[in-house]
Design a protein around this ligand. Structure first.
Ligand code: MG
Length: 232
């Protein structure tokens, strides 16, 4: 019996990944850690320090210290905000996301947020764009987790906050590492490929279904839930 849908945020609810990819590539390269926007999409879902350490391991042969990671992540946040300011002020909603959330609510299902992001403005932004859908009690953010995606920890924490088991949940994710985390938590996962990566990467991580957009998920919701043999 399905009772909740767990939503990733960046690339699922907000079209924020282009800005994140730009900021990651620019700042990491400034620090002598060559990174491309595509690298950023491939690493999407990790915590800030997790992403930084992948690259310090590769180029410096060690993890980032906490101080290095804090400095670099602060700079990345500044560059991300500059990018957004130059592109309309705030990351826009992903088309179709509001329609998906409304369908999920209309079916009496809980909406749970599971994001690696630790942005302070996150709560008010969610409430402004998707009013009434997310309660602080049912949110897992980058501040809550120790390991972050692709570890199953954030999704296991989401199940715990909702008081449900994996077979009562469905995940909506856009990132390969996010799909890996959700599948490792034992949860059926729908992937929406809202970025530039090959959709096969999402299938390879174990997504039960790969769709091209949130609009496709909204339009096909009833059929999709039925075809996945999920009782509502
Ligand atoms: Mg995402």
């Amino acid at each position: 019996m399905l009772s909740a849908v767990l939503f990733d945020m960046d690339g699922v609810l907000f079209d924020s990944m282009p800005g994140h990819a730009y900021a990651w590539a620019k700042v990491m390269t400034e620090y002598g850690l060559p990174m491309t926007p595509t690298d950023a999409f491939e690493n999407e879902g990790r915590t800030g320090i997790g992403t930084i350490s992948i690259f310090t391991q590769r180029y410096w042969g060690r993890d980032a210290t906490e101080e290095e990671a804090r400095e670099l992540y602060e700079r990345k946040t500044v560059v991300f905000n500059e990018y957004q300011a130059a592109h309309g002020g705030e990351a826009p909603e992903i088309p179709g996301a509001a329609a998906v959330l409304d369908k999920v609510r209309d079916h009496g299902l809980l909406r749970v947020l599971v994001t690696g992001s630790a942005q302070q403005s996150l709560l008010s932004r969610l409430e402004r764009h998707y009013p009434g859908h997310f309660r602080p009690k049912l949110m897992v953010t980058g501040d809550d987790v120790r390991y972050g995606k692709p570890n199953p920890e954030p999704y296991l924490m989401g199940l715990k906050k909702a008081g449900i088991t994996a077979d009562e949940a469905l995940v909506v994710e856009n990132a390969p590492l996010g799909v890996r985390a959700a599948v490792a938590a034992g949860i059926r996962t729908i992937a929406v490929n809202t970025g530039p990566l090959d959709p096969q990467l999402l299938a390879d991580e174990g997504a039960a279904l790969v769709l091209p957009s949130m609009t496709a998920l909204a339009e096909g919701w009833e059929d999709i839930v039925r075809s996945m043999d999920i009782k509502q």
